[in-house]
Ligand binder design. Structure first.
Ligand code: COA
Length: 217
């Protein structure tokens, strides 16, 4: 009897991929938590000119840990980009936050917030865009109308988001909250003012230690 090779992780995902042929996308599962933490770190440390935030610090600070804690929770959606050797090279994931625990890119409790990171050797090769497009498809299938995120204006990731159709819905200091409609006929509802007033803990973007989001205590 022939042996079947059991793939680690979630099922593969078809997408209008821009990823290099050596990379495939699959759904993120619980075992991917450590890699999601690594990619959360990549997002936090996007600027090499800043002091890098350690993984320990990211996980000790609930404001950042909440993006990955308990992964996967009901409603979470995530994708891993990995090589043929099953080495993860990037991740994109979505999580919903309630108004009383609004994420940095909070638009509404029904709008999941995006986190995205690619390991340095694989950047600039189409992996980030492929992850974004794949996750957009998963979110649409899950019935979401919109995605949101927070990004610092100086981060080149913002160009990626703009080119994929995200628009700025709010400016928070050096960062923008951006949103993407998943359906062409979607009209963003006129939302009530945010339930929480922005505070240092809720401002910022995918930033570094100089931004309130990652400032050391
Ligand atoms: C931002 C990031 C996820 C993009 O992934 P990527 O695989 O490098 O991006 P792609 O190759 O798919 O390029 C897509 C676009 O991203 C933009 N971009 C952002 N960072 C880039 C980088 N380091 N190198 C090249 N392009 C980058 C460009 O506009 C590019 O479009 P172009 O190819 O037409 O110039 C990745 O660079 C990364 O992990 N950066 C650090 C973490 C981070 O900033 N995360 C987002 C926090 S909000």
């Amino acid at each position: 009897m022939g042996r079947t090779r059991r793939l680690r992780g979630g099922p593969p995902v078809d997408t209008d991929s821009t990823a290099p042929p050596a990379v495939r996308l699959r759904e993120a599962v619980g075992e991917d938590s450590p890699f999601l933490v690594e990619m959360l770190g990549a997002a936090a440390n996007w600027s090499p000119e800043r002091e890098q935030v350690s993984r320990v610090h990211l996980l000790a600070d609930r404001a950042t840990a909440r993006y990955v804690e308990g992964w996967p929770r009901t409603g979470d959606l995530g994708l891993i980009a990995e090589t043929a050797q099953q080495e993860p090279v990037g991740a994109a994931w979505l999580r919903l936050f309630p108004a009383e625990d609004a994420g940095y890119g909070f638009v509404g409790p029904d709008v999941p917030e995006l986190s995205l990171g690619v390991v340095p050797p694989w950047r600039g090769r189409g992996v980030g865009r492929a992850l974004l497009r794949g996750l957009r498809g998963l979110a649409r299938e899950a019935g979401h109308q919109e995605l949101s995120l927070s990004v610092e204006r100086a981060n080149r990731a913002r160009e990626l988001y703009l080119s994929e159709g995200f628009t700025t819905v709010r400016a928070d200091g050096d960062a923008d909250t951006m949103a993407l409609s998943l359906h062409s006929d979607f009209q963003r509802p006129a939302r009530a003012p945010r339930a929480v007033r922005p505070t240092p803990a809720t401002q910022g973007g995918c930033g570094g230690p100089e931004t309130p989001r990652f400032r050391r205590r």
